[in-house]
Design a protein around this ligand. Sequence first.
Ligand code: 13P
Length: 273
Amino acid sequence: MRTPLQHKLKEVQQQKRALLATNYYNFETLKGVLTAAKSANSPIILQLTESSIKYMGLENALEMGRTGLDYFGVEGWIHLDHGGSTALVKQCIKAGFDSVMFDGSELPLEENIRLTREVVQMAQSFNINVEAELGYVAKLGQSTEKTEYTTPEDAALFVNETGVNALAVAIGTAHGFYKKEPKLDFERLQEIAAATDVPLVLHGGSGVPAESVKKAVKAGICKVNVATEIKNIFMKTLQQLLKDNSEIDLRKVFPPATEAVKQLVESKLEIVI
Ligand code: 13P
């Protein structure tokens, strides 16, 4: 029996550690992530975005992750990353996800609370984890100039009103690569952690220096999300390999890219373990 993710997050919270959450896009990126988790003997959260679900098909994407965890013998959970509508979130809950994120961060606070509460109520009967987001963590293509950091007061109110299991906070990270090194607001993070007992989530993990991630974990982050660096290393490795290369056996071309993902994820696991 798999430990429900909400319990595992509480466990790592007490140990001042974090779980790594990585996105997968196809079999090769999934294999890279899972072989890394296996070799590090570490649990892992496997994340699917709406685009990846559309690309692979919901049941197929879920089963790929599930079968992969069993096949490679890794403790892990399948999580919906940035569910933008309650309809998608509910579809994933019913399909058998272990965890869902409802992202109402761009909605007015009251609306975010109302919809998150609705998701929490549904998820409770399936005993699955619910993550939500408060504040502005720029998504790919959004301005990183705008800052709307999570306040401890809003975080406490939001958690009390919704009963959410995990909260993604805005403390200076953004999705995608950074133009300059991100400066995280550790003081704010500590205040949020003191104001609420819910495990906190760091989005936009790609490009955040290892030392900052470690500091964030000590200050209350229990889940660290990494996506862009995985896509990047996979595609950059392939692009390099395919330069002046007429190989058509894809089984010979993909393995070095999969191996590059493995090495990347191993290095990320070392930071949070
Ligand atoms: P990056 O793509 O910046 O690593 O962010 C990942 C993430 O937070 C997914 O929700």
